[in-house]
Design a binder for this molecule. Sequence first.
Ligand SMILES: [Zn+2]
Ligand SMILES: [Zn+2]
Length: 391
Amino acid sequence: MCHVLNHLVQQSAPAEGPGRRHLLKTLGAATAAGALLPLAATGPATAAARRHRTRLVLLGTAGGPAWLDGGRCGVSSAVVYGDRVYLVDLGHGAMHRLVQSGLGAGDGLGSALTPVRGIFLTHLHSDHVADWPALFATGPANIVGRGAEPIHVFGPGDRGVLPAVFPPGAPAPAVFNPERPTPGLTAMTGYLGQAFATDFNGRARESGFTRPDDLFSVHDIDLGGVWSVDPAGKPPRLESPLRVWEDGDVRVTATLVDHAPTAPAFAFRFDTPDGSVVFSGDTRVSANLIELARDADVLVHEVIDPRFVDQLAAALPASQREAMREHLLTSHTTIDQVGRDVAEPAGVRQLVLNHLVPATNPARRWKAAQKGYSGKLVVGEDLLTLGVGRG
Ligand SMILES: [Zn+2]
Ligand SMILES: [Zn+2]
């Protein structure tokens, strides 16, 4: 059916113009009525995983902003529940991987975002949000078949204070954007509207495209009464998780993880009637995260290889060496720690490693995380699909 519709578009309407717009609107109505069914994922998913109503799809598994040739895109994942898709983080290449995953309708008309209900950004480091500007700018062209409901986007608000300079006493570097030096997600998105104004105003006038600020409903996660972020960025121990969103059967909760001095940094938990998936975001070993992940079916956790940190530090100028070592080893979780000190005490059934630093390590190096962990260890790969809970 899809190729017939594609043929119809090509035959009956020019690449742009009112005829094409009318046909795309008609197609949208048809899909909303269920006439077009999503195709199966085209990645290396097993047939068994695809039979699960709740699934985890790893879109990108590389950590850090460096571009390394490990066959991995920047960190990003999808939780699938029936015909609904929720994205966690948007590292570089996330949108490309989303298309490759086949989670959209696969009709060749730009439907990658059609099933996406929500997007959850763990923190505002560039390796987690690099594709957010691209998605905000081009999203309206990738929602063929989608209804009018916006995609809800959740992430950190303005931390309100700059992090401390390291090492203590070092001269403070010049501040970017001094009138608002720590914008949160909504303020950042406001700046995107300014940056892409030429394109947005042009397309709105020329083609009647959906405005990005109509497509995306952006929310800063409220920390009121929980924490005022300070320069050290060490989060408090939370007594209970933060409620983020309930979308029918899908409940999303969060906790504060320890990525100090970067803050706030969140971990997210998704509970469906079938099971649970938890995403660590970037963090050192975190008691809040262990609590959030208690008895989860799947914990997707970041990991760093300390040997790489030593190699990288040795290659850097002396002036950067200690600050880089300090950041990498005190705000991330090592191979030795992630299974033994996080997954085991949390009692999770399956530990999936993502945000691999470096992205170029062989899988056998990451498998050392099994030591001290009695559950199943999976070294993440881009486009890997795993069934969650009951099939
Ligand atoms: Zn990161
Ligand atoms: Zn980070």
